[in-house]
Every structure is written in C-alpha cells, then in structure tokens.
Design a protein around this ligand. Structure first.
Ligand code: ADP
Length: 458
C-alpha cells in the first residue's frame, strides 16, 4: 500500500501540473487563432473598401459569422453601420489612444464588455482609407463566449482523460505493487521461519530479476544452514557416542575393582591396565576435540617460520624407533638435505606423529618409509608410506571426515579416536598445503603432504 501510495502521488505530482500547462497552452492558442482569423477578415474588408471606396452592408452580412458583429464608424468615430445583433453600442468605448492609432492609419486589438448584456468580445479594428485619407474605421467584434464554450469542451475532455488515466494508473500501480511486494512478503515470512529453525522452508523463485536472485540466495542460505545443522547434530551424536564408550568401560571396571568381583589377583592388574588405557583414550579424545574446535573457530595458533625438514623427521623417527622395532617393522628414511618448509614446527610434528601412528597401527609386516623432497613445482613434499592393510577405494573420500573409521574395532584396539586424519587435513590447510592419499588394499598406503613452495622472501 505504501509503495502504491508513493507511485500514485508521483503520478499526481506529474500529471496535474502537466494538465494545467496543456490547458493554458491550448486556450492561449485558441485566442491567438481567433485573433489571427479576425485580423485576416478585417484586412479583407479593408481591402474591399480600398477598391470601391465603400463596402456593401449585404457583403458584410454574408461574410460575418453569427457570433460576430461588424461596426463601421465614420472619421468622427460615429457609428455608420452595424451588422450583427450580438452587441448594442460600441463606438463610445474607443479610448483616445485607440482613436489616435486609427487616425494614423493603424490597427486596434482589444477586448470589450457590452454593458447591457455583460458579454465579453475580442475586438480587431482597422482604419478605412480612400485616396490615402482615413475616411472611417471598421471593427470586428467576436464574442468570447463561443471560444470559451470550445475551451470548456476541451477542459471537459481533459478532465475525463486525467481522471481516466488516474483510474488506469491506479489499477496498474496496485497490480504492479502486488507483483513487486508479494515475493518480498513471502521472503520475509520464509526468513522468519528460518530464524525459528524451520530449515526445510524454500522461497518460490518467481522471476529472473534481482528479487528472484534474492530468493535464490535465501534458498542457498537455508540449504547451507540445514547442512550445517545436520553436520553439527551428527557430530554431536558421534562425540557423545565416542565419549560414552570409554566412560562405560571405566565405570564397569572400576565397579569390578571396587566390589572385588574378580577371581584372581592377576585380573586386578589387567583391569587396572584397561582403566588406565581408557582414561588415556578419553584424554586424547578431549584434546583432539579441543584442537578441532579451535581450528573451526579459526583460533588455532600457527606461528610459521622456516623449518628444516631433516631434523624434524629425525626427531619423529627417534620417537617411533622402539615401537617400530617391537612390531618387527622396518623403517626407511630418504630425506633431501637442506629441504625447508614454512610452518609451525610443533604442528608439523603433530601431523607427522598422527600419520606415523596410523602407519604403525594399520601395518603388521613389512616397513614404513618416510620421504621428503622438493617436487617439480619446487614445493616441499613429505610422504609416509606403509605396507599395511591399505584402504579400499570407496572409503577414501571419507577418510578425512571426523570419526570416520574404515575398520572400527581395529582403530579402537589401537587406541584410535577417528579424529587423527581430520586434524592432519585441517593443519595442512592452515599451512596452505594439502594432503593426498593413495592406497592398494592388502599392499599398503601412502599419505603425501604437499606444502607451498618457499618464495624468495620467506
Ligand atoms: P584413527 O584414530 O581411527 O586412526 P584417523 O582419522 O587417523 O582415525 O584415521 C581414520 C581411518 O582411516 C582409520 O580408522 C583407518 O581405518 C584409516 N586409516 C588411516 N591411516 C591408515 C593407514 N595408514 N592404513 C590403513 N588405514 C588407515
């Protein structure tokens, strides 16, 4: 309604002054045309007089229109003849200036009001000359009421046109305003529903214009919000499930220990070991969740600097030497000397530790190899390759999802949380790098870390 009111007032502001101006121009033109017509008639009469030295009354009567009168005055401005019956006495009305003008052989144009009838007339007068001498004058009087009637008729038509166009415009504006505002009202309702959490709501996309693309943007927003909400729900369900498992174990075994529900003293040791490993897993889970939460918020601290790759890998390898040997695996290292990456040393250690832990967890025989080199694009690359169980191709796209595990029981037995690779991927992204995996089930897996190349200034 507001939009319609604004458009309508704009129309009024434009149309009313326009109608007034047109009215003024048309009535001006009418008077101008009438006066011009009278001028021509008067000069015609005057030229006829010039030829004959007189002009017959019958000629004047024939040539003069019904709403016009002709007065012929003598050189003393006394009425000689009067043709027509609209006016009564005109001669006395001529002003001294007008008389002067006529005596000088000129013309007179003025208005005249008949006292008896109150009627207004346009007057065009001219001197009549015989042998260069002014012998009288002739005046054509045209009643203004005829012109006024014409103008009134035009006024009536114009008023009709203006009212008609107002009504038409009003109809159009109402339809237009509805067309414009209806989708906006629908969008407002949809966004309010979205705010209430009804994320399935969608806006009907009626047009291809800006309003239509606003609708499309609202639909995209609703879709993204729904995806986000579903992912968050799934994540929370996963978190509570993952937390519940160790807690259940811990509750159960501590109850057994408390109530001394075991048969042999050695069982006590075993139960205590389970309690400790579950507590350890719980601790790791909470730490990793905290890490991920920080990464999601963008609050993770990554203080990058030039890091020498060889000593970094050596430290990791030293840490894993014992478990690798205990598992009867071989450890191969091939590192390009002087290779540098731009990153956070502690976070890089975390990445490599996670990959090494997985390699160890999912490899029974064979070896684990670490290679570090600069590829053809001068990007530093680190690979961790094992000869373990491998990962089926269909599982690979989900490998970096939180809590995704290919072999759940094996992961649990090895103390896995299902968050390791998700963290590795996030950390690589924080380093503007990437991680790729290639694997052959039953033969082994290779994780490849690619870092951005070090510019000259880094
Ligand atoms: P987890 O803590 O379970 O190891 P990750 O996120 O580190 O969680 O790994 C996700 C899943 O990917 C693992 O559960 C495992 O099934 C699979 N996986 C990771 N690394 C390897 C590997 N080197 N060999 C085989 N499977 C692997």
């Amino acid at each position: 309604m507001k939009l319609a009111a604004i458009l309508f007032s704009l129309l009024v502001v434009v149309l009313v002054p326009l109608a007034l101006v047109i009215h003024e121009v048309i009535s001006g033109l009418f008077f101008e045309r009438e006066v011009e017509d009278m001028r021509q008639r008067v000069s015609h009469y005057a030229s006829m007089y010039d030829e004959n030295g007189t002009i017959a009354t019958s000629v004047l009567e024939t040539l003069t229109a019904t709403d016009q009168d002709v007065y012929v005055l003598d050189e003393h401005f006394q009425s000689n003849r009067h043709v027509g019956d609209n006016t009564t006495a005109f001669a006395g009305e001529l002003s001294p200036e007008a008389r002067e003008e006529i005596r000088a052989g000129g013309t007179v144009e003025r208005t005249y009001t008949d006292d008896a009838t109150g009627e207004n007339y346009l007057v065009v007068g001219r001197a009549l000359q015989a042998n260069e001498e002014v012998t009288g004058s002739l005046y054509l009087l045209s009643s203004q009421s005829a012109i006024e009637t014409d103008i009134q008729e035009i006024q009536r038509l114009m008023t009709l046109a203006v009212v008609g166009s107002f009504l038409l415009a009003f109809g159009c504006i109402i339809v237009l305003a509805r067309r414009l505002t209806l989708p906006l009202v629908r969008m407002e309702q949809a966004t309010r529903q979205l705010a209430k959490g009804e994320l399935e709501v969608r806006v009907e996309q009626a047009s291809q214009d800006e309003v239509g693309s606003l609708g499309a943007a609202i639909n995209d927003l609703a879709r993204d919000l729904k995806q986000y909400r579903d992912a968050r729900r799934a994540f929370l369900a996963d978190v509570s499930h993952e937390l519940r498992t160790p807690v259940t174990y811990m509750k159960g075994y501590s109850h057994i220990l408390q109530e001394k529900l075991y048969d042999h003293a050695e069982d006590q040791e075993a139960y205590l070991a389970i309690l400790s490993s579950e507590a350890e897993r719980l601790n790791r889970l909470v730490e990793e969740l905290f890490d991920l939460a920080q990464m999601d918020d963008g609050h993770m601290n990554v203080s990058k600097q030039r890091v020498a790759v060889a000593p970094l890998i050596q430290r990791i390898v030293d840490g894993f030497a014992l478990p690798v040997r205990q598992q009867g695996l071989e450890l191969n290292i091939d590192i390009e000397e002087e290779l540098m990456v731009y990153g956070d040393e502690l976070r890089l250690e975390q990445v490599l530790t996670n990959l090494m832990t997985n390699a160890l967890r999912y490899t029974e025989t064979g070896s684990i190899s670490i290679q570090a080199f600069s590829n053809s694009n001068r990007q530093p690359v680190i690979t961790v390759t094992d000869t373990g169980i491998g990962i089926p191709e269909e599982e690979r796209p989900f490998l970096f999802d939180r809590f995704y595990r290919v072999d759940k029981s094996r992961s649990r037995e090895g103390g896995g949380t299902g968050l390791g690779l998700a963290i590795v991927q996030q950390l690589m992204h924080a380093h503007d790098g990437d991680i790729h995996v290639s694997s052959t089930p039953g033969e082994g897996t290779c994780f490849m870390l690619i870092f951005p190349s070090l510019g000259k200034d880094v």
